[in-house]
Design a binder for this molecule. Structure first.
Ligand code: THU
Length: 142
């Protein structure tokens, strides 16, 4: 990976196979006894780090955490930065679309140009969360 922190995601040479492998590794760590639907997520950060997460469910079903939540938590816990590329996988190891709430998390931490592997190939966050609400909207106070 050649680009320096802050560069546009398009400037990075993304190793999608590596990201998928890191996401698949997470499937074994997932705690999904209620849904039996493990999810793994891996994200490339603009400084070259890779952050990962798995879903963590709860007997109080509604408070379960998605894999992307864990990944974003690791992003901040290990120094912050911006997500440039994200790969989420389901049990079969293939690309899984992040849920709506998680797309919002990815938007906040990667922005419109962040790349996402989807069942239809690589798309941007702008593609998968059009007309997003984001930090800029908070500037409109009146
Ligand atoms: N899940 C994720 O971890 N990420 C998503 O983007 C979609 C859904 C989890 C939540 C729950 O533990 C299980 O998948 C079934 O919905």
């Amino acid at each position: 990976m050649e680009a320096s922190p802050g560069a546009s995601p398009a400037a990075y040479d993304i190793d999608w196979d590596m990201l998928q492998a890191r996401a698949v590794e997470m499937l074994e760590r997932a705690y999904a006894p209620y849904s039996d639907f493990p999810v793994g997520a891996a994200g490339l950060v603009d400084d070259g780090r890779v952050v990962v997460g798995c879903n963590v469910e709860n007997a109080s079903y509604g408070v379960g955490l998605c894999a992307e939540c864990g990944m974003v938590s690791e992003l901040h816990a290990t120094g912050g930065g911006r997500l440039v590329a994200v790969f989420c996988v389901g049990k079969d190891g293939r690309a899984l679309m992040p849920c709506g709430r998680c797309r919002q998390l990815l938007w906040e931490n990667g922005g419109p140009d962040c790349l996402l592997m989807t069942p239809e190939g690589v798309l941007t966050m702008r593609d998968v969360l059009p007309q997003a609400f984001g930090p800029d909207d908070l500037a409109r106070k009146e």
